[in-house]
Design a protein around this ligand. Structure first.
Ligand SMILES: [Ca+2]
Length: 531
């Protein structure tokens, strides 16, 4: 009897010690991984570097679960900052996604709502009346630069970068030109700059947009050695820009074209992953397109690493907010195997889908000392939120708030700068846990305003539209008249079970959002699918 009583006592003592020890270890890990107090006022607006990848899937970075493609530098960025599990692109293809990113309006309200053919290129330009992030930051005293792929207005159009708030730019304006990783020209501040590339250009009857490819089998070693790969040029130009004697904070928008396919090269050879070397990827069981697709993502990673190293070298790393995201889900146009790489991670679909594989994207934010390191946030946001975020970040007493009314944009700064940890374990957090046990899931910030819903519309393939609200996703295909399909992302991340019949009330709410989200535009009209 006495022995039993002793055992019970010891068991209780042991349990109490365990609880205290485990609390201590949670507290220690919290101290170790989050060294930031609650949201604080921003005394001096920081520099901002916004890196946009092109067609980079949710599952194509190591810090988002990729096991085959190496991205150590972007993973470092993630370790130094916050990753988002539920962050969305503005669209499922390039131009409208970039329009949403720049203007803070979703595709039901935005000027550019789709990629269009060359004959309709007037629809691919921002308008003089569009309010953009660079216009706002420029008005607030920032020096602004764009290096990479613009896609929202060409030399003769009001959307070109110098008319949309950028002090300088270098890169591609036209999206077909941007397919070409070894172009014969680029554009710098409205001037055409020749490059030293022996490129096979598209024939005049295929368009004169500068698309083409390097036909490597016909080139000498010397020609290959001196050819100019634009991602390298963009990194070099970015470092030159960072090195300038800045008298004011800067905003560098850096839309890389990696890992978008060179579609013209795909048509010519079947492999549109354009990069000279497949680098570390030599596995003979991979196709050539697989190896080069992986090498293109690692090339993006290398470029990001060079910029991060440079920021550190010149002492700007602590005063620069670095954001990295993608314009839409992963592509298959290079001829590689996205399913082999699990490019969409646990999500369903890819570029052009409105299931999450087409629109949910990596989003990483790093700003040492302000954003807690090695954290994951489940806040539901999208690229249109960066307008309000950068507005809040750069607002001073002198500027006040100058945001136009009726933007579809909510600042995520309260989420980025809060430090409270979550104790909940959710399905997506489980997914992230596989790739780093030491990372910390953030609690939802009480100061974070939420979208009632996120909205997308898409005009290719007969059209479709979608809304996300809470855990729900409602997709209508075609827009306005199609079947409504409902998914519960909290239990069905892969969007495979249609719950529309089971939850008609939820469908009714989603349908209301679908109708409310769309504003009619004569430029964007649904065309029936050609049979
Ligand atoms: Ca894209």
């Amino acid at each position: 009897m006495k022995l039993n009583f002793f055992h019970v006592c010891m068991t209780i003592v042991f349990a109490v010690v365990c609880v205290i020890a485990s609390r201590d270890s949670i507290a220690q890990s919290a101290i170790k991984t989050t060294n930031v107090s609650a949201t604080k006022a921003i005394p001096n607006p920081p520099n901002v570097i916004l890196i946009l990848a092109d067609d980079l899937g949710f599952g194509e970075l190591g810090c988002y679960g990729q096991m085959l493609i190496k991205t150590p530098q972007i993973d470092r960025l993630a370790r130094d900052g916050m990753r988002f599990s539920d962050f969305y692109a503005g669209s499922t293809v390039c131009a409208p996604s970039r329009c949403v990113l720049m203007t803070g309006l979703h595709t039901g309200h935005a000027t550019v709502r789709g990629n269009v053919a060359a004959t309709q290129r007037h629809l691919q330009s921002l308008k003089t009346s569009d309010w953009t992030i660079p216009k706002m930051l420029s008005a607030r005293g920032y020096e602004t630069a764009m290096i990479g792929k613009w896609g929202l207005g060409e030399l003769d159009q009001p959307g070109r970068p110098l008319l949309q708030g950028f002090d300088s730019y270098f890169g591609y304006l036209n999206q077909v030109h941007a397919h070409n990783y070894f172009p014969t020209t680029l554009i710098e501040n409205d001037q055409i700059v020749p490059l030293n590339n022996p490129t096979t250009l598209m024939k005049p009857d295929e368009g004169d947009d500068g698309g083409g490819y390097l036909d490597v089998k016909d080139l000498s070693p010397a020609q290959l050695l001196t050819s100019q790969y634009t991602p390298d040029l963009f990194v070099q130009k970015s470092i030159e820009f960072i090195n300038k004697d800045h008298q004011k904070p800067f905003f560098l928008y850096l839309p890389f074209t990696l890992p978008h396919a060179n579609n013209e090269l795909t048509r010519a050879t079947g492999n549109g992953a354009e990069i000279l070397s497949s680098g570390v990827y030599e596995n003979p069981e991979w196709t050539e397109a697989d190896r080069k697709h992986a090498a293109m993502i690692s090339k993006l990673d290398e470029g990001v690493g060079a910029i991060l190293d440079h920021l550190k070298r010149v002492g700007l790393d602590k005063n620069t907010l670095v954001l990295l995201t993608s314009d839409n889900g992963p592509q298959k146009e290079s001829g590689h195997r996205p399913e082999f790489f699990e490019s969409s991670g646990p999500l369903n679909g890819m570029k052009r889908s409105l299931t999450d594989g087409g629109i949910r994207v990596p989003m990483i934010a790093s700003w040492p000392g302000h954003i807690p390191a090695n954290t994951v946030s489940e806040h539901i946001g999208y690229s249109g939120d960066l307008m309000a975020t950068l507005a809040e970040l750069s607002e001073t007493k002198a500027t006040g708030s100058d945001l136009p009314a009726n933007l579809d944009s909510i600042s995520i700064l309260p989420t980025l700068t809060q430090s409270q940890l979550s104790t909940e374990l959710t399905p997506i957090a489980d997914y992230f846990q596989q790739f780093g046990k030491d990372q910390v899931l953030m609690a939802k910030s009480p100061n974070q305003k939420l979208h009632e819903y996120l909205y997308w519309e898409f005009y290719e393939q007969g059209s479709r539209a979608a809304v996300r609200f809470n855990q729900w996703k409602l997709i209508e295909e075609p827009m306005f008249s199609g079947k409504l399909v409902l998914y519960d992302l909290s239990s069905d991340l892969n969007e495979s079970t249609n719950l529309s019949e089971k939850f008609p009330d939820v469908v009714a709410v989603g349908r209301k959002y679908l109708r409310e989200g769309h504003r009619e535009s004569p430029d964007w009209v649904v065309k029936p699918l050609r049979k």
